[in-house]
Structures are given as structure tokens and as C-alpha cells.
Design a protein around this ligand. Structure first.
Ligand code: C2E
Ligand code: MG
Ligand code: MG
Ligand code: MG
Length: 285
């Protein structure tokens, strides 16, 4: 292709850029279709008490069941959805589907745990979010505490506005957690002034704890400070016994990761719940 146009680097470069924007446009069209044609699905990952081994929460994670390309991971399409604003209708779909599923699990007798949903900044700042969530809780007859919103530290960049939104959400009694904690710019003492319930220690810290004692100290510091400030603290991305052991030793009370279960479809989650797996998560307590 570059040859056809001569050895003009600039032209090659710009045609390449066009290639990228065409792919993006195709993907955007595809995503709109995905929303209309029910190609989006939620998978679910359990959050376990590291003290009793019981299931204490479930995180909903989106996937795109593409007719040609199979199951597509969120990191492949959520950034584009954020860029184009499509995250707002997609995010609404996620919230509604998660509430519907939470209601269905409640009907089966599983009442106690909240369902956690990831909320992008753009969605968080959308004027209709609060009314939408309030209407969903009514529609599915859920209490606020049945729903947990995972937001990232990036909302701190617009602190004044975010504080207002967080306070309004808290009036609905929904639980608020900070996802990927430690990768952004906020400090725990800052978060103390906001109605935050929980912090999720980012997987990257958990990955390293067994290899580097400094990372271990860091994780221990986050846990201690979090508990002192009255946040629940959950560790993401637990894969090994060693990591679990370290976290338990250092009084982290909740965990999530492949060690317990990968994210799984709703019907498998029901089997997981029924199997009594949630009673101990396979941990010898
Ligand atoms: P996240 O919210 O931090 O979710 C945790 C990610 O780590 C998930 O990836 C999960 O499958 C993965 N994970 C959990 N435990 C382990 C483990 O032990 N080992 C490893 N290697 N990975 C683990 P996933 O599902 O691909 O989601 C990636 C990110 O996409 C999420 O990160 C979240 O930021 C975003 N996302 C997912 N669903 C939604 C959604 O419905 N809306 C929005 N706005 N973002 C979403
Ligand atoms: Mg999350
Ligand atoms: Mg996370
Ligand atoms: Mg993460």
C-alpha cells in the first residue's frame, strides 16, 4: 500500500491513521448494534469474606458476545464506548441487567449480598444517573444496599461536582466503592471526607506482594489506613494461596480473584451458590 503511493512516509502515516479511524467507526456501529440486538452480557465474580469464607458480594463484569468474533473483553470496547459517549446507554443497560439479576437471586433466597457494578466517569457525571438508579431500585424492589457502585479515583479530578453526586447517591443508600485503589491520585485521608464505603486494592499491588516485600508493606499500609478510616477493604486479583495468606495475616477482610472463581455467567453463578461453594470458597478455614 505504501509502495503504491510512492515512498512518501507522511502519506503512509496518514492512510494508516485513516485505517484506524475506519476501524473505530466500524466498531462504534457494531457496539450500537450490540446494544440493540442484545449481544451484551454480564458475567459475575464472587467477593469472599477472608474471615468466614462466605460470599459477601458479586461484581458484574460486561462482555460482548459478538456474532463473528466470540466473547470480547471489556478492555477491548469500553474505552471506545467512553470516548463516543455510548458508555451512557451501555452503562444503563448494565445497571438494569445487574438489578434484574440481583432481584432474581433474591427470589431464590440469596438476599444478603450486594451486586457491584462498574461506573465510568462519563456515566457518573450523567445528569440522569441518580433518577435512573432510584427508578431501578423501585422497579426491582431492591434496597439501596443491594447495589454497589464501583467508581475510580479519576472522579476526584472534578472534586466539587463529584462530591455532590456521591452525596446524592448515598441518599439512595447505595454502597460506594473506589475501584483500582492505589493507581490514581487520591489519598485515603482525602476519601475520608466523601461518603465512600469500600476501597478495592488494585490487582497490581496484590500481584506483587509475594515477590517484593516493599509491595507487601504498601498493601499492609493501605489495609491499616483503610480500616482505621472505617472503609471496608477488599483485595482484587487474588490468584494464589500465598497472596491469600498474606492478606489474611494483615487483616484484609474481603477478597476477589481467580483463586475463588473467575467471572462466570449467571447460570453458573447459581450453581456456584447452590453448591455451597460460597460457604468456604475452597479455603480451609
Ligand atoms: P475491574 O472493575 O477492576 O475488574 C476486575 C478485572 O480483573 C476483571 O476483568 C476481572 O475479570 C479481572 N480479574 C479478577 N480477578 C482476577 C485474577 O485473579 N486474575 C486476573 N488476571 N484477573 C482477574 P474484566 O472483566 O476483563 O474487566 C476489566 C475492566 O473493564 C474492569 O476492571 C472495569 O474497569 C471494566 N469494566 C468491566 N465491566 C464494566 C462495565 O459494566 N462498565 C464499565 N464502565 N466498565 C466495566
Ligand atoms: Mg470493578
Ligand atoms: Mg478493579
Ligand atoms: Mg482493575
Amino acid at each position: 500500500q505504501a509502495k503504491e503511493r510512492g515512498k512518501n512516509n507522511f502519506q503512509f502515516y496518514s492512510s494508516n491513521l485513516n485505517g484506524i479511524s475506519i476501524r473505530k467507526m466500524e466498531m462504534e456501529t457494531g457496539l450500537r448494534k450490540a446494544l440493540e440486538q442484545n449481544q451484551l452480557v454480564l458475567h459475575y465474580q464472587p467477593q469472599m469474606s477472608l474471615i468466614t469464607g462466605e460470599l459477601v458480594g458479586i461484581e458484574a463484569l460486561i462482555r460482548w458476545q459478538h456474532p463473528k468474533h466470540g466473547l470480547i473483553a471489556p478492555l477491548e470496547f469500553i474505552p471506545l464506548a467512553e470516548e463516543t459517549g455510548l458508555i451512557v446507554p451501555i452503562g444503563k443497560w448494565v445497571l438494569r441487567e445487574a438489578c434484574r439479576q440481583r432481584k432474581a437471586w433474591g427470589t431464590l433466597g440469596y438476599h444478603d449480598f450486594p451486586i457491584a457494578v462498574n461506573v465510568s466517569v462519563r456515566q457518573f457525571e450523567d445528569d440522569h444517573l441518580i433518577d435512573y438508579i432510584s427508578a431501578l431500585l423501585d422497579e426491582f424492589d431492591l434496597k439501596g444496599i443491594h447495589l454497589e457502585l464501583e467508581i475510580t479515583e479519576s472522579i476526584m479530578q472534578n472534586l466539587e461536582n463529584s462530591t455532590i453526586i456521591l452525596n446524592k447517591l448515598k441518599e439512595l443508600d447505595v454502597l460506594l466503592s473506589i475501584d483500582d485503589f492505589g493507581t490514581g491520585y487520591s489519598s485515603l485521608s482525602y476519601l475520608k471526607h466523601l461518603p465512600i464505603d469500600k476501597i478495592k486494592i488494585d490487582k497490581s499491588f496484590v500481584d506483587d506482594i509475594i515477590y517484593h516485600s516493599n509491595q507487601g508493606k504498601m498493601v499492609k499500609t493501605i489495609i491499616d489506613m483503610g480500616l482505621n478510616l472505617n472503609f471496608s477493604v477488599i483485595a482484587e486479583g487474588i490468584e494464589t494461596n500465598e497472596q491469600l495468606h498474606f492478606l489474611k495475616e494483615n487483616e484484609c477482610k474481603i477478597g476477589q480473584g481467580y483463586f475463588f472463581s473467575k467471572p462466570i455467567p449467571a447460570d453458573e453463578m447459581v450453581e456456584y451458590l447452590l453448591s455451597g461453594n460460597e460457604k468456604n470458597g475452597g479455603i480451609p478455614f
